[in-house]
Design a protein around this ligand. Structure first.
Ligand code: ADP
Ligand code: MG
Length: 463
């Protein structure tokens, strides 16, 4: 089966990609519902795990006509093989502790304790080199770099380091950059999402391995916790607090990221919150247009190294940076679509292509909020009456029609309710407003001149 899967992957991804990632995969063990694949380096393992695992599973399932589970391992670990268990073990108890204290070719050291807790996977692309510096992240980046490079925690100031930012602004990128750097320097690190911490802790209670769980967490130099807002449960939070205290008191570094400042983490144990507040808190702000453009340029450089003949004109990058304004994930999405369009159609990337492929990511300009007072003013000006005429109870034809038009515009251009509009028009009843709205609606349909006038007024109000 593996041979056929390989052929499919080769056909699907092309010779280049195949040779870079799949060629060195060997099959180590296969059962009906599970396969163990081995690769020569940890880098390859994490890369394939992150990018191609699903594809391999899909291809395999097609060939073998039944779904399977895939375990990846680094080759030299194959010697102490353990039989595959028939059912998938929860990811949180997979025996991987991320540690830099070995050469990349060696398998993870599996000691008696580490199987209580596996780290979350690291993406090798998320490095300090690929993290673009801008106004909104200078401080966070500098603090992260400091923590990643210093072997000691003399600088109590940075312990714990807490980074917060909205979604897609680079928290995970920075944390993984810290993890990768420290790991490469031989420090024992553990990178975990708070969710996984929760899961691991709960599982350890169930399996009565809580002591091993605790020990695994104490035997490291650097603990990195992502998405703290997902740390759940009183007991888990208390355990997390013990961990924080134990590590910090032992002079080990802790780095945490969350989506809001510690003071706003309402569900968080007060002790954790104050422990976090005792370190350094830095915020990553929104990505301005310059930074967005720089990030896109950096993505282009990365992509060009991998995809022959791929290029994106600067004007197109500028267009994307200008219009995709939300966060880094949308920039990723936009960029990947340009790459996909180019690869699939073999057409050069143009602004038109960009426009088409990122339409849904472009933030639609929010309609300007129109105020009722403004409507009254503009309409009064247009018909050469005064605003107080419009608000008054006068019923002469010269003011009745403008008043009705103004009410109609108030109903169609604002979110105000009929009674609210009535109040703002000199204390009128909501049925009066409704009558006016219906009247103008009807007239606009029959009288092109009036329709035109209403359109002109709308345009003026929207300017
Ligand atoms: P968060 O964890 O804050 O939600 P991520 O770290 O996942 O955000 O960032 C989302 C995407 O944006 C990632 O692909 C990341 O690489 C990219 N990104 C965000 N900020 C930067 C930056 N300053 N330089 C390069 N890429 C960035
Ligand atoms: Mg994140």
């Amino acid at each position: 089966v593996w041979e056929r899967v390989r052929r499919r992957l080769r056909a699907e991804f092309g010779e280049d990609v195949f040779n870079s990632w799949f060629k060195s995969i060997e099959i180590d063990h296969a059962a009906d519902d599970a396969v163990r694949l081995s690769v020569p380096t940890r880098f390859l393992k994490s890369w394939i795990d992150n990018h191609y695992r699903d594809r391999i599973i899909a291809r395999w399932s097609e060939e073998a006509a039944q779904p399977i589970r895939i375990d990846m391992m680094v080759r030299s670990a194959v010697t102490n093989r353990v039989p595959l268990k028939p059912k998938a073990a929860p990811e949180s108890v997979r025996p991987i502790i991320q540690s830099g204290a070995r050469t990349p070719d060696q398998a993870p050291v599996i000691n008696g304790h580490s199987d209580a807790l596996g780290g979350s996977p690291l993406d090798p692309r998320l490095t300090f080199d690929s993290f673009v510096q801008g106004r909104s992240n200078t401080l966070a980046r500098a603090a992260a770099l400091q923590v990643a490079q210093s072997r000691t925690t003399d600088s109590v100031l940075f312990n714990p380091l807490y980074i917060h930012a909205g979604v897609g602004l680079g928290k995970t990128h920075l944390l993984q950059a810290i993890a990768g750097t420290a790991q490469a320097a031989g420090r024992r690190i553990l990178y975990l999402t708070a969710e996984k911490f929760t899961f691991g802790f709960v599982a350890s209670l169930k399996n009565q391995t809580a002591i091993a769980f605790k020990e695994a967490l104490r035997n490291i130099d650097l603990l990195i916790i992502d998405d703290l807002q997902f740390l759940q449960g009183k007991q888990t939070q208390a355990e997390f607090c013990h961990t924080l205290n134990a590590l910090i008191d032992a002079g080990r570094q802790v780095v945490v990221a969350g989506d809001r400042p510690p003071s706003d983490l309402e569900n968080l144990d007060e002790r954790v919150r104050s422990r976090l507040a005792g370190g350094l808190t830095v915020e990553i702000g929104g990505l301005d247009e310059n930074l967005r453009l720089d990030i896109l340029k950096q993505k282009l450089n990365q992509a060009r190294a991998q995809h022959q003949g791929f290029d994106v004109p600067l004007a197109v990058l500028g267009y994307v940076a200008k219009h995709v304004t939300q966060n880094g994930r949308d920039l990723d999405g936009a960029f990947n679509r340009l790459l996909a369009s180019n690869r699939l159609t073999n057409q050069p990337v143009t602004i038109e292509m960009a426009e088409r492929s990122i339409r849904d990511l472009v933030r639609v300009a929010e309609p300007r909020r129109v105020k009722i007072e403004e409507i009254q003013k503009i309409v009064a000006q247009h018909y050469n009456v005064s605003r107080s005429d419009i608000l008054s109870s006068r019923r002469t034809a010269t003011v009745v029609r403008p008043r009705q038009i103004a009410m109609y515009l108030a109903k169609t251009m604002t979110l105000r309710s009929l009674p609210e509009i009535g109040r703002r028009f000199g204390g009128r009843d909501h049925t009066t407003v409704l009558h006016a709205v219906r009247k103008i609606e009807g007239l606009v349909g029959q009288d092109p001149a009036l329709n035109e006038e209403v359109e002109v007024l709308k345009r003026r109000l929207n300017d």
